[in-house]
Design a protein around this ligand. Structure first.
Ligand SMILES: NC(=O)C1=CN([C@@H]2O[C@H](COP(=O)(O)OP(=O)(O)OC[C@H]3O[C@@H](n4cnc5c(N)ncnc54)[C@H](OP(=O)(O)O)[C@@H]3O)[C@@H](O)[C@H]2O)C=CC1
Ligand SMILES: CC(=O)N[C@@H](CCC(=O)OP(=O)(O)O)C(=O)O
Length: 349
């Protein structure tokens, strides 16, 4: 069987190195190129000693990647830098496939992009071509895509449980309130003031309150599912753990629906899905039960009022929230088994 030759741009970062971890166990992929910015020129094992026993290409600049050898590129670069890089890739090799982990191609509406990211998009024609990569919800379009825009980690955690409920008209579209706790690796590897151990451990705080940029991804997917404007309230919390997202979502039920009906609807929606588990009614998920895996766990609990329910969802931000979902999307694009390279279980404790 011929291998799919891949390049990972941004391999010296958290999501890039997570791609290396996952793809090194993938039976149909060969890692041909790894890039970095400040760390270009270094051996991958010097940056990440956990890979010392693997035969990996050294870190180069993006310009040094021999595109003629590459079938698919993972782009794990900071958002804003990615759109011109990908436009140049397609200009040089139009048939190449790209899975982008950044936020650059997630919003289909140029005005929404400009509003949330503060500048006009630099590759508008590619923005309209990109497919939003929540694998379970957009599988058919992803299979045919040249450019997959992997969703954000917070947004994946809320879109998976809420979109089926909006489609089934079981919840009030204007009632969704999300508190989404995240670990520190979500902010990337470059150390910043405010992200140091001494400033994050033993505390918790909200950030991006009333205006986190993932709200735009939620609006896009929720509005499409509801067939009307939704405008969820989205509040991220930074908590002192390395990996994980944990969304607590309160909703008001549409006339006659019950919390049990929400649970039944999600169970049906994700029946047979290898990576999404809906727990028995009333059971609460825990981030430690998905850590290191591509798995998502969803719980539904009744609230005190008859017209309210609480939906809980957790995933690992670096796996299903980023690199795992990127590999899942690559599997779809390449026609591989969707679970290939992704069957590792959670690390516990
Ligand atoms: N961390 C997470 O949980 C998630 C992240 N994402 C997205 O994935 C992308 C990567 O995130 P993450 O891995 O956390 O980020 P990191 O900061 O850990 O890594 C960034 C990578 O990009 C390289 N890089 C930085 N600037 C440039 C540049 N100007 N040109 C070329 N290469 C550059 C860095 O190289 P060097 O090390 O040499 O500086 C490094 O390899 C981001 O867009 C992020 O928003 C998406 C979902 C979840
Ligand atoms: C702790 C922390 O800062 N987390 C990041 C989430 C990372 C991610 O998924 O977002 P993008 O891919 O859209 O950058 C944040 O809230 O911006």
């Amino acid at each position: 069987m011929t291998a799919l030759n891949v390049a990972i741009l941004g391999a010296s970062g958290y999501t890039g190195s997570e791609l290396v971890r996952l793809l090194s166990r993938h039976r149909q992929v060969a890692i041909r190129a790894l890039t970095a910015d400040r760390k270009a020129g270094q051996a991958m094992a010097d940056v990440f000693p956990q890979f010392v026993h693997l035969d990996l290409p050294k870190l180069t600049t993006i310009a040094e990647v021999a595109l003629d050898e590459i079938d698919l590129v993972f782009c794990a670069l900071p958002h804003g830098t990615t759109q011109t890089v990908i436009a140049e890739l397609f200009a040089k090799k139009p048939e190449i496939k790209v899975v982008d982990l950044s936020a650059d191609f997630r919003l289909a509406d140029p005005a929404a992009y400009e509003q949330w990211y503060g500048h006009p998009h630099q590759a508008l024609e590619l923005q309209s071509e990109a497919v939003f990569g929540v694998s379970e919800l957009h599988r058919a379009a992803i299979k045919d895509a040249r450019l997959v825009a992997n969703p954000g980690c917070h947004s994946t955690t809320s879109i998976l449980p809420i979109v089926p409920l909006l489609k089934e008209r079981l919840i009030e579209p204007d009632s969704i309130s999300i508190v989404s706790a995240t670990g520190m690796s979500g902010a990337g590897r470059a150390a910043k003031e405010g992200m140091l151990f001494s400033e994050v451990s033993e505390g918790v705080h909200a950030y991006g309150v009333g205006g986190h940029r993932h709200t735009a991804e939620l609006d896009q997917e929720f509005d499409a599912a509801a067939g009307r404007t939704t405008r969820a309230t989205f509040t991220p919390l930074l908590i002192p753990m390395n990996r994980g997202i944990y969304a607590t979502i309160t909703v008001r039920l549409s006339g006659g629906a019950t919390a049990e009906a929400l649970h039944a609807s999600l169970t049906t929606a994700y029946w047979g899905e290898p990576f999404v588990t809906v727990l028995p009614f009333g059971k609460v998920p825990q981030s430690r039960h998905v850590r290191g895996s591509n798995n998502v766990q969803i719980g539904v609990v009744a609230d005190r009022g008859p017209d309210k329910a609480i939906v809980l969802c957790t995933l690992d931000n670096l796996v299903k929230g980023a690199s795992g979902q990127a590999v899942q999307n690559m599997n779809l694009v390449a026609g591989f088994e969707e679970t290939e390279g992704l069957t590792q279980l959670a690390i516990f404790p």
